[in-house]
Design a protein around this ligand. Structure first.
Ligand code: UD1
Ligand code: CA
Length: 459
């Protein structure tokens, strides 16, 4: 048959059990919205059309995916998964195959969806099922003596009917199915809300398929993780741990040494060289790349960062939007903010903040300092307590510190200002004018000692 594929993603539900103002499909898993995960798997199928059915928080969901090529279908009110499927099918043309995916099943793999879709013919309905140890809450697959699927019974309905035989079934409905579009459209118009939730159940189309003489073929995912539906924060957290465990295993299989695979969180893409060591409690967000022999101390947060080979990030450091060269030493308690570009062998010590600044090879700022909007030359030594005063209350200005400069402790460099190469700025100076190369600049009150001075006495 014509295999033009359309995908409908059901994402209109409120996710009542999340008890959150954020729509369920926008709840984050490994740093990305639940829906982003399933949409990525769907996109790899290259369907002719992807329709996302939205309702609850529709504007929020649409805004979160405005850069995606999607057709939006509004389901209002939300009368169940069968109603959602009908709404989603409206913009789809007959003739091909429709794949239905739930928006709260984030870890479904493209291969599984492709295998399921391939089962569909004019006379075959395809259903993804899974045998699970604990099917609580899921719809159960009911088969006849010949082993053919005859219907799906929802957990709530089996409970209401006290149907222990159905409740004992371990084969559950994943909510993912594929069918000939034209047949599906007709079937959805025949749904009725005679059930515990008073809704139109998508699952009822399975009994119709059997009734209409269609074969209900089933496929299974490779692992249960693929089809776990996320309904509440407990399930969300459990799935998050599963995802993180899988990511930790991927890293270790790539040669990374993890102090504890249970204490690392990757919320994005972490790329690693050889012999990388990561201590406990680290969080990696966005795109992070670690070169060969990089070591990350405990409790560091790295977001969108590139770290060169042989660099050590010491404990409690926070790095975001920065590039660090090779053989550098960062932290403990360092903060690198967006636009920090550090060359090889740079040392950034405790309580040093660097923002939108470049530090050339071998530059050091070891204690309690701020470098904002600065260009720092090779081998510069930037003293404790020194800061660049880069903001005049309205605009930002640059500070240029040329090669081999020594900035003493507790200096204020009022930008725009340039400290000439090889120069020294004496401790405690407030520098408002540029200084010539290879000179000493002192800009502080002269030390005065007053003799014959008597401290006041209590009367
Ligand atoms: C559903 C299935 C159940 C299956 C389980 C798998 C039905 C009746 N039940 O139950 O057999 O085992 O998924 O996870 O289909 N949605 C809408 N509009 C609505 C209602 C729901 O778009 O009116 C969307 C939700 O946003 C969600 C998906 O459909 O993404 C599933 O809805 P949910 O309420 O979570 O169904 P379950 O009770 O989990
Ligand atoms: Ca669900």
């Amino acid at each position: 048959m014509n295999q033009t594929l359309s995908v409908i993603v059901l994402a209109a539900g409120k996710g009542t059990r999340m008890k959150s103002a954020l729509p369920k499909v926008l709840q984050p898993l490994a740093g990305r919205a639940l829906l982003a995960h399933s949409l990525a798997s769907v996109a790899a199928l290259k369907p002719a059309q992807t329709v996302v059915v939205v309702g609850h928080g529709a504007e929020q969901v649409k805004a979160a995916f405005k850069d995606h090529e999607l057709t939006w279908a509004l389901q209002m009110p939300q009368n169940g998964t069968g109603h959602a499927a009908a709404v989603g099918l409206a913009p789809v043309a007959d003739g091909g195959v429709t794949l239905l995916v739930t928006g709260d099943t984030p870890l479904i793999r493209t291969e599984t969806l492709a295998a399921l879709t391939a089962l569909v013919t004019e006379k075959t309905f395809a259903l993804l099922t899974c045998n699970v140890a604990d099917p609580t809450g899921y719809g159960r697959i009911v088969r006849n003596a010949a082993g053919e699927v005859v219907k799906i019974v929802e957990h709530k309905d089996a409970l209401a009917a006290n149907d222990t035989a159905v409740l004992a079934l371990n084969e559950m409905n994943t909510g993912i199915m594929a069918a000939p579009t034209a047949w599906l459209r007709g079937a959805l118009t025949r749904l009725e809300p005679h059930n515990a939730q008073g809704e139109l159940y998508l699952t009822d189309v399975i009994a119709m398929a059997a009734f209409d003489g269609l074969c209900v073929a089933t496929a299974q995912p490779e692992s249960e993780m693929e089809i776990v539906g996320v309904n509440d924060k407990v399930q969300l957290a459990a799935l998050e741990r599963d995802v993180q465990r899988a990511e930790a295993h991927r890293l270790m299989n790539a040669g990374v040494t993890l102090a504890d695979p249970a204490r690392i969180d990757v919320r994005g893409k972490l790329t690693t060289g050889t012999d990388v060591f990561i201590d406990v409690g680290c969080v990696f967000i966005g795109d992070v790349s670690l070169g060969d022999n990089v070591s990350i101390g405990p409790n560091c947060v790295l977001k969108d960062a590139v770290i060169g080979a042989n660099t050590a990030i010491h404990p409690m450091s926070h790095l975001e939007g920065c590039t660090v060269g090779e053989g550098a030493l960062i932290g403990p308690f360092a903060r690198l903010r967006p636009g920090a570009v550090l060359a090889d062998e740079v040392h950034i010590g405790n309580f040093v903040e660097v923002k939108n600044s470049t530090l050339a090879k071998g530059a050091k700022a070891n204690h309690l300092a701020y470098l904002g909007d600065a260009t720092v030359g090779e081998r510069v030594n930037y003293g404790a307590g020194s800061i660049t005063a880069n903001y005049d209350g309205a605009n930002k200005h640059r500070t240029v510190i040329e090669a081999d400069v020594h900035v003493g402790s507790n200096c204020v460099l009022v930008a725009p200002v340039t400290i000439g190469a090889g120069g020294t700025v004496a401790g405690g100076s407030t520098i408002t004018k540029s200084t010539p190369p290879a000179t000493l600049t002192v800009a502080r009150g002269k030390q005065v000692t007053i003799t014959k001075w008597l401290r006041a006495k209590k009367v």
